[in-house]
Write a protein that binds this ligand. Structure first.
Ligand code: SAH
Length: 465
């Protein structure tokens, strides 16, 4: 290592930043995270630094920089933007015994600022000694996903309770306690609910002197989002990174699996096109037995695990086996598809009801329920509707609505091969074939006849507007 990472104590120490532009502002932003006293030496400040100075968070000094300007400084950042001036200032600061960082001049740096993941008081610093900034950014974004936003609060809470734990518990019990807090369900609970409930639970355990056995982690039914891998939630990524085994479906984007731990087992339980799907019972028993073996299990489903995903059946199997489960919501395909075409699922004054339904239901003998919802202000999003388009059309015909429904179909939403088709419902089957629209797709159905009832029929000019 040419550089060695250390955490410097900053409370009350003097930091000097020379320069008033963007680079100085960048260093200032970093230092404002600390409890240091910050002096900024510059004749002029940019707007951001000005407002920080006005708020009294930095001490701004103008005018010539005297030889004693750096006296007592722990850290000096030089960011004047003028290489000649930087060299002189570096010498002055060194003479004062400070650790010096000259922006963009590695040869003049005693210390370089790392890339930081800030969950104060939990801080991760990443450095590549300047060899691979892109890699540093990649590592940072992985860690940002892994460390939930409230983790720092949980660590701070643990810090406040350490004394209490030390008085009540022996060393072994304390280790078990903190493992239970940071590696068990409490951490997930804290991520969702914050300090109060978790603090109560930890205090009760310390007071009782008995740390609960960490039961099996809940099986996470995780929504991967539709199409693109960056539509998964941060919580979903966290569960993937904790998982020993991931059971995933066909429509899950391969990029999502990349977000899992490298050594996690990935088990495909989807349906290959033209082949039989895995029987649901078999999937249920696979998930249950992996969880009973003590593995951390993620059941990864495209979109949202609560929307046409048979999540309820899996949850039931888990409960029957005495296993806990957790639902991690995802962006459902209707949201993904609407967003992909710049549309909105509901719109104030225009669409106030949203129906999520499935084309499969169209096989039913009676008229599918969604037909009755097709009113003026309703947006009906049909899942799994490509193969069943003829039945959807038939259901509309039977209801006497075939001439008055417009369809927007979005296939492979949020993917590179996304396709959009707009047509009258009467032309749907022909258009699907002609345009080569394939599954997976969402079909949005809207009444066109009723949309106009708000405008009186005898006022054509107004209607045109
Ligand atoms: N749980 C999923 C739905 C699974 S059912 C969700 O919440 O989105 C499978 C159906 O989802 C497909 O037939 C299709 O209608 C829809 N779907 C999934 N991914 C899609 C995508 N990228 N574009 C359009 N529709 C999609």
């Amino acid at each position: 290592m040419k550089t060695f990472p250390m955490f410097l104590t900053m409370t009350g120490r003097r930091v000097v930043i020379v320069g008033g532009g963007e680079q100085a502002a960048q260093k200032c932003r970093l230092m404002l995270k600390t409890e240091a006293q910050i002096d900024v030496l510059a004749d002029a400040l940019d707007v951001e630094l000005q407002s920080i100075a006005q708020a009294g968070r930095i001490n701004w000094q103008r005018g010539a920089i005297a030889p004693d300007a750096f006296a007592g400084a722990a850290l000096v950042f030089v960011a004047t933007g003028c290489p000649g001036q930087d060299v002189c200032l570096h010498m002055l600061a060194k003479a004062a015994g400070a650790v010096v960082n000259v922006v963009d001049q590695p040869a003049l740096c005693d210390a370089i600022t790392p890339s930081i993941i800030d969950r104060d008081p939990v801080v991760v610093a990443i450095g590549t000694e300047g060899t691979a900034p892109v890699l540093a950014r990649q590592i940072k974004s992985r860690l940002e996903e892994m460390l939930e936003p409230r983790l720092g609060d949980l660590a701070a809470l643990a810090g406040r309770l350490r004394g209490f734990a030390a008085r009540r518990l022996g060393p072994r019990q304390r280790r078990d306690l903190w493992a239970w807090v940071f590696d068990g369900p409490l951490r997930a609970q804290h991520g969702q609910e914050g300090d109060a409930a978790v603090a109560r639970a930890i205090k009760a355990v310390i007071a009782s002197g008995r740390v609960p056995e960490t039961g099996p982690a809940p099986v996470a039914l995780v929504g991967a989002g539709p199409g693109s891998s960056d539509l998964i939630t941060l919580r979903g990524v966290q569960r993937l990174q904790e998982a020993d085994v991931i059971f995933y479906d066909r429509l899950v984007d391969p990029g999502v699996l990349e977000l899992a731990r490298r050594d996690a087992e990935r088990v495909y339980v989807g349906k290959a096109p033209g082949c039989h799907a895995w029987p649901q019972d078999r999937i249920n028993s696979l998930i249950v037995s992996a969880a009973l073996r003590g593995q951390r299990v993620v059941r990864l489903k495209c979109g949202d695990p609560g929307v046409f995903a048979r999540g309820a059946e899996e949850a039931e199997a888990l409960v029957a086996a005495g296993l806990p489960y957790e639902i991690v919501p995802g962006v459902t395909a209707a949201s993904g598809a609407a967003a992909a075409v710049g549309g909105f699922l509901t719109e104030r004054g225009k669409t106030d009801t949203l129906v999520l339904t499935t084309g499969r239901k169209a096989h039913a003998v009676e008229r599918p329920d969604w037909v009755q919802h097709l009113s003026a202000r309703c947006n009906v999003a049909v899942y799994m509707g490509v193969q069943t388009a003829p039945q959807i059309v038939e259901a509309l015909r039977e209801a006497g609505l075939l001439g008055s429904v417009q369809v927007t179909a979005v296939s492979n939403a949020q993917r590179l091969d996304q396709k959009v088709l707009e047509c009258a419902a009467a032309d749907l089957v022909g258009q699907i074939a002609a345009q080569g629209l394939v599954s997976p797709a969402i079909l949005f159905l809207r009444r066109t006849d009723l949309a106009e009832v708000v405008v009186p029929r005898d006022m054509p000019a107004l209607r045109a507007v």
